[in-house]
Design a protein around this ligand. Sequence first.
Ligand code: GRF
Length: 203
Amino acid sequence: KRVGVLISGSGTNLQALIDATNDLNQGIGAEIVLVISNKAGVAGITRAENARIPTKVIKHGDFPSRLEFDMALHAALTNANIDIVCLAGFMRVLTAEFVKLWKGRLINIHPSLLPSFKGTHAHRQVLEAGVRVTGCTAHFVEADIDAGAILAQETVPVEIGDTEEILQERVKVAEHRVFPQALKLVATGTVQLNQEGKLVWQK
Ligand code: GRF
């Protein structure tokens, strides 16, 4: 399967996806063939370049509306014959129109145990709530933020004295395992999304 990855920043999840898909022993059944960033000069672009993966910068500010930005993303993905899109720290909300076009082929990693702590600043929300366990979730993307059928999760302890930054680093280690695992499930056809937005597991 041909995978496109959308990023906005440091790209450590992108790196995990690159490493996992390059390791044929893992049988992910996918190759990353395009990385798109909505920001120029981010470390994730350099990671893609180092892995000799074609990159594109498509700045949201260059478009008059969300929909036009999303359709530029869609055109770039379609031109590259992308089968599956991974959102790896992509910090733009995608329109319902885009999500519909990629339904069942669009996955995201979120740094909490969904459905708890949706949206931005998940770690801040976790620390404010005082929960002792958090984690990360890979899921199919629906138009509603951080909704959509859950593909894979891993728990991570919250330690006394954690700051947002410390917690983020601990959760990221789990993200780097969970996201490639979720991509494998989709790329190998082990799991599919049905019309009702529920997972169907291959027998
Ligand atoms: C990750 O924590 C991801 O879950 C969140 O943004 C962060 C991106 O980090 N949505 P990176 O760019 O993959 O290093």
